[in-house]
Ligand binder design. Structure first.
Ligand code: SAH
Length: 376
C-alpha cells in the first residue's frame, strides 16, 4: 500500500480487512470492527467509525484509506414512486441505480411473496426492489436497449457494486434487517462479463450486509460458460435469462451475442442449471411490436422452454431515443401471455416502472446524456 493511492474499505472482505489491520500493526479484531462499520452501520467516512480509537482513524486517513461509498449525483423521482439515482465513483465515472417501492410485479421472488409483509406494510411501502448496475455501460449491444448505446467503459469493482446498495439503503432509510428488500442485478452492464467482481459483491451483500440470497436475482444476456460456473456457486442469487426472441435468426438480429452463444447452447445451459428447492429459472422477453410479439413467436417459446422449470417475465418495450422498435399494444401482450399460460408456463407481465424518468428496463443510460430527450 503506497501512501498516494486511495484504498477503499468497501469491497474488502474479512480476510482483506484482516490483512489491512496487520499491515497497519493493528490487532486482528479491527477487521470485525471495520466490517461492522462499513457494511452494517454504513459509515461514509473513516472519521465516522466511532468504534476505532481517534489515533487509528487519523492513521487510516493519512494512508489514504477511505470508505468508498458512491456519491449521489442526481436523483429523479417518478410519479409511480420509483427513484432513479445517478451514482458517481472516485474516478468520476457513474452508473444508474433504481429504487422501486413495491417491486415491478416481475421479479423472481414474487412467487414466494406473502411471508413477511407486515413490518414493511406498516412503513407504507410493503416491499421494495433495488436494481443495481454491474458495469459502466455495456458491451453486449442489444438493439432495443439504451445502455448499449454507451458501449462499455469499464467494469465495476465489488465495492462499487455493493456501494450502490448501501447508498440507496441509506438514502431511503431502510435496512435488510428490518425491511423487505429485493435486489436485482438488472441495471447497466452484463454481470456475467464482470463475473468475479459480481460474485464477490454477492458474497459481501449476503454475508456482511445481510441481504437474503433468495431475494436476489441476476439477469444475464446469455453468457453460457458463466451460467455453468454460476450454477456451482455456493452463495448465489436466482438466475434470470434474457431470451427476447423465439428463434436463432431473430435473436441474432436483436442480440448479436447470439452468434457466439446460440439458443441451443443457452437453453441447454438453462436445462442443466442446478435449481434449488422451489426455485425456477426466470426468462425475460422484451416484446417488440410486430417483431417478436406474434402468436407464432409465443408458440416457438413454448417449444424452447418445454421441460424447463421456468418462469416467464414479459416486458413490453420501454421506448427511448435511438431505439427503432415500437411498444406492442396491450392486447398483443395479453395474447402472447395467454399462449404461454395455456401451455402451462408461469407467465407474468412486468409492469413498467419509472418510464417517465427513464428508469425502466433498458432505459438506463446516464441521465446527463438523455436529459434533453422528450419523454414519451
Ligand atoms: N445485461 C443483463 C442485465 C440487464 S437486465 C441482461 O441482459 O439480462 C435488463 C433487462 O431489460 C433485460 O432482460 C433486457 O432484455 C431488458 N430490456 C432491455 N432493453 C429494454 C427495453 N428497451 N424495454 C424493455 N426491456 C428492455
Amino acid at each position: 500500500m503506497t501512501d498516494s493511492t486511495q484504498v477503499a474499505l468497501l469491497g474488502m472482505d474479512r480476510n482483506e480487512l484482516g490483512a489491512l489491520a496487520e499491515r497497519l500493526d493493528e490487532p486482528a479484531y479491527r477487521a470485525q470492527q471495520l466490517l461492522e462499520a462499513v457494511y452494517r452501520q454504513r459509515v461514509e467516512s473513516v472519521e465516522q467509525i466511532s468504534t476505532l480509537p481517534q489515533q487509528l482513524r487519523a492513521k487510516l486517513a493519512e494512508k489514504n484509506v477511505s470508505v468508498g461509498v458512491p456519491r449521489i449525483e442526481q436523483r429523479f423521482v417518478s410519479v409511480d414512486g420509483t427513484v432513479r439515482y445517478l451514482l458517481a465513483f472516485a474516478d468520476g465515472q457513474s452508473v444508474e441505480t433504481v429504487w422501486m417501492p413495491e417491486g415491478d410485479g416481475g421479479e423472481a421472488s414474487e412467487a414466494e411473496a406473502g411471508d413477511s409483509e407486515v413490518r414493511g406494510a406498516a412503513r407504507g411501502w410493503g416491499r421494495a426492489t433495488i436494481c443495481i448496475s454491474s458495469q459502466v455501460g455495456c458491451a453486449v449491444d442489444c438493439q432495443f436497449c439504451l445502455t448499449a448505446l454507451l458501449g462499455v467503459k469499464r467494469n465495476l469493482t465489488a465495492g462499487e457494486i455493493v456501494g450502490q446498495v448501501l447508498a440507496v439503503l441509506k438514502d431511503q432509510k431502510v435496512s435488510p434487517q428490518h425491511d423487505r428488500i429485493n435486489l436485482v442485478f438488472m441495471g447497466m452492464g452484463e454481470p456475467f462479463l464482470n463475473y468475479d467482481n459480481f460474485i464477490k459483491a454477492v458474497r459481501l451483500l449476503v454475508q456482511e450486509v445481510g441481504l437474503a440470497e433468495s431475494r436476489m436475482t441476476v439477469s444475464t444476456a446469455g453468457i453460457v460458460p458463466r451460467i455453468h460456473d454460476f450454477g456451482q456457486e455456493e452463495i448465489r442469487p436466482r438466475l434470470a435469462i434474457s431470451l427476447n426472441a423465439s428463434n436463432d435468426d431473430q435473436r441474432t438480429k436483436l442480440m448479436p451475442l447470439n452468434k457466439k452463444y446460440n439458443l441451443g447452447m443457452l437453453i441447454a445451459a438453462a436445462r442443466a442449471f442446478p435449481l434449488r428447492n422451489r426455485e425456477r429459472v426466470t426468462f425475460e422477453y422484451v416484446l417488440l411490436h410486430n417483431v417478436n410479439d406474434l402468436p407464432e413467436n409465443a408458440r416457438e417459446v413454448v417449444e424452447l422452454l418445454r421441460g424447463i422449470k421456468a418462469r416467464m417475465n414479459l416486458i413490453a418495450l420501454n421506448p427511448g431515443p435511438g431505439i427503432d422498435f415500437e411498444t406492442p399494444a396491450d392486447e398483443a401482450v395479453a395474447a402472447f401471455q395467454q399462449i404461454l399460460r395455456d401451455a402451462g408456463i408461469l407467465t407474468f407481465v412486468r409492469r413498467p416502472r419509472g418510464r417517465d424518468i427513464y428508469a425502466a428496463c433498458g432505459q438506463l443510460k446516464r441521465t446527463v446524456e438523455i436529459a434533453t430527450a422528450p419523454v414519451p
